[in-house]
Write a protein that binds this ligand. Structure first.
Ligand code: 5GP
Ligand code: SF4
Ligand code: MG
Length: 448
C-alpha cells in the first residue's frame, strides 16, 4: 500500500488527494483520507481508484490543515470494503486515525489475545490491531503508546497517525517498508511512502524516516524519538526492482538508477546475440536502456502497453491473469518481425507474464526470443507486505532456471545474480531484505 501525511497552515485535502494519486501504483483497491479540523477528525473512504472515490464535494467536506491518506493493495487480509483505510478510534476521549503499509507477522496471535480480552474487530487488517494497541496504551503521551506498541508488534510496518493536533509517523526497527519525509517553503511537512507526493506539491524530500524512528509533527515543529533496540536496516530491495516508481529515492537508493544499473550488470553477466533490446513496460524500461547502452544493441519498443489496466498480479484466477496480460501488453508486429530480440523484465513470479509474452512475440514474427530478468529467481514468499504467492505457485521455487526456460519457451533465460543486484544499489554493506530471493528473513516469519 501507500501512505501519506501532511501538516500545514492551509487546507490539506486537495494536496492529499494529489499525493494519493501519485501513489496510486502502490495500491488500487481502495483509498481514503482523514483530516483534522482541529476539533474533530473527518474522513472519506471508498473502493477503487483515488480519482473515482473523491470528488470536489468530498474534498471540500474534508476541511482541515492536518491529514493522512491511504491507497490499499491487499496482501494476506483480502480485498474487502471493511479493510479500507484510514481507520479511526476514540482512545480515552482522543480521536486517532491510522494509515499503514506493511504486514505484521504476529497479527493472528495479537488479534486472538485482544479478542480474548474482549475487543471486537471490524476488519481483517493488521492496521486495526496496531491502532487498538496504541489506543489501549495511550494515556496522554502518544509517543509512549507507540513505543509500547512497537514492543509487541513484529514484522514490517510504516505507519502514520493523525490526532487532532498532530501527525505521528513511525517505521519498524528494520525499516523494511519505505517512508520519507520532506516539506515545502510555505512550511508544510509531508511524510509519505515515496517522494512523488512531496515532489508534486512543490516540496523537497529531506530524508527517510529511520528504522525504529518515531516522528511527531505539531505546531511546535518536528521532533524525533527512537524506539531503542536499533537493528541493522533491512530495506525491501523489491521496492527498487518493481514496486516503487522510477522517481523514488528510498533510503538513499534511486529506483531509476538502480534499474538502469541492473540492466548494465545483467548485460555483462548474461550477454546474448540479438538485434533488439525490448523492455517489458514499465519497470523493464530503465533496465532495457541500461542493457542497450552497455551492449550497443539498439533499444526498441516492441510492446504497446495499455495504461488503463491495473497491475496484473492482483487478479485472483489464472485465466483472469492471462487475459489481463493480453489486454495490458500487445506486441508491435512491425518492430519485432524477423528479429532476434531480448526481452527485459523485472521479475518472474508465477511465470504467467513471460510465458504469454514470449508466445505472442513469436506469433508476431520474432525469430528468437531471449529473456533477461533484473532480479534473481523469486523462490520464497514475502511476509512483509508484498503480495507474492505461496511457494506452491512460485515457478522458481519448484523449477530450475533451465526448467523455467523450457516452460516459458524462451530461447535463453537468465536472471541477475544476488551480488549483481546488490551492486546495483551502489551500497556496499548489505542493508537490504532479499528474503524472497535468498530465504534469509530479517524477522522470523511465524508460520501459523
Ligand atoms: P508473473 O507473471 O511471473 O506471475 O509476474 C511477473 C510480472 O508481474 C512482472 O512483469 C512484474 O512486473 C509483475 N510483478 C512482480 N511482482 C509483483 C507484485 O508484487 N505485485 C504486482 N502487482 N506485480 C508484480
Ligand atoms: Fe521485499 Fe522480498 Fe523482503 Fe518482501 S521478502 S520485503 S518483497 S525483499
Ligand atoms: Mg511487469
Amino acid at each position: 500500500g501507500g501512505i501519506i501525511g501532511m501538516f500545514s497552515n492551509s487546507p490539506v485535502s486537495k494536496k492529499l488527494f494529489y499525493g494519493l494519486n501519485s501513489l496510486q501504483h502502490r495500491g488500487q483497491e481502495s483509498c481514503g483520507i482523514t483530516v483534522s479540523n482541529s476539533e474533530t477528525l473527518l474522513r472519506e473512504r471508498g473502493m477503487g481508484l483515488v480519482i473515482d472515490v473523491f470528488d470536489e464535494n468530498k474534498l471540500n467536506r474534508l476541511e482541515g490543515n492536518i491529514g493522512i491518506g491511504h491507497v490499499r493493495y491487499s496482501t494476506s487480509d483480502g480485498n474487502f470494503e471493511y479493510n479500507t483505510q484510514p481507520f479511526m478510534v476514540f482512545a480515552k476521549g482522543t480521536e486517532i486515525s491510522i494509515s499503514t503499509n506493511g504486514n505484521l507477522i504476529n497479527y493472528q496471535i495479537l488479534r486472538t489475545r485482544l479478542e480474548e480480552d474482549g475487543m471486537m474487530f471490524q476488519t481483517t487488517s493488521d492496521a486495526e490491531v496496531i491502532l487498538f494497541l496504541i489506543a489501549r496504551y495511550y494515556k496522554s503521551d502518544i509517543v509512549e503508546a507507540v513505543k509500547k506498541t512497537m514492543d509487541v508488534i513484529k514484522g514490517s510496518y510504516s505507519v502514520i497517525l493523525l490526532l487532532k493536533d498532530k501527525l505521528v509517523a513511525f517505521r519498524d526497527n528494520r525499516g523494511i517498508r519505505p517512508l520519507v519525509m520532506g516539506g515545502t517553503k510555505d512550511g508544510d511537512t509531508i511524510i509519505a511512502s515515496e517522494n512523488a507526493p512531496v515532489d508534486i506539491i512543490g516540496g523537497e524530500v529531506h530524508r527517510s524516516v529511520l528504522p525504529g524512528e518515531i516522528i511527531v509533527v505539531d505546531s511546535n515543529g518536528t521532533k524525533s524519538y527512537f524506539h531503542g533496540g536499533a537493528l541493522k536496516p533491512k530495506h525491501c530491495i523489491f521496492e527498487y526492482v518493481y514496486f516503487s516508481r522510477n522517481d523514488a529515492t528510498l533510503d538513499k537508493v534511486n529506483s531509476y538508477n538502480f534499474r538502469r544499473r541492473c540492466g548494465e550488470i545483467l548485460s555483462r553477466e548474461s550477454p546474448c546475440d540479438v538485434d533488439l533490446v525490448v523492455p517489458v513496460p514499465d519497470s523493464g524500461i530503465p533496465s532495457a536502456i541500461g542493457y542497450s547502452q552497455e551492449t550497443k544493441i539498439p533499444f526498441a519498443e516492441g510492446l504497446v502497453k495499455n495504461r488503463y489496466m491495473g497491475r496484473t498480479f492482483i487478479k485472483p484466477t489464472q485465466e483472469e491473469r492471462e487475459m489481463a496480460v493480453k489486454l495490458k501488453l500487445n506486441p508491435l508486429k512491425h518492430v519485432v518481425e524477423g528479429k532476434k530480440i531480448v526481452l527485459i523484465d523485472d521479475s518472474i513470479v508465477r511465470g504467467t507474464t513471460s510465458a504469454n509474452l514470449i508466445r505472442r512475440m513469436r506469433d508476431a514474427g520474432a525469430k528468437e526470443v531471449h529473456l533477461r530478468i533484473t532480479s534473481p529467481p523469486v523462490r520464497f514468499p514475502c511476509y512483509y507486505g508484498i503480495n507474492t504467492p505461496s511457494r506452491l505457485n512460485l515457478i522458481a521455487a519448484n523449477n530450475t532456471v533451465e526448467e523455467i526456460r523450457e516452460k516459458i519457451d524462451a530461447d535463453s533465460l537468465a536472471f541477475i545474480t544476488l551480488e549483481g543486484m546488490q551492486r546495483a544499489t551502489l551500497i556496499r554493506d548489505d542493508r537490504f531484505c532479499k528474503a524472497c530471493f535468498n530465504g534469509e528473513y530479517p524477522v522470523d516469519p511465524v508460520v501459523i
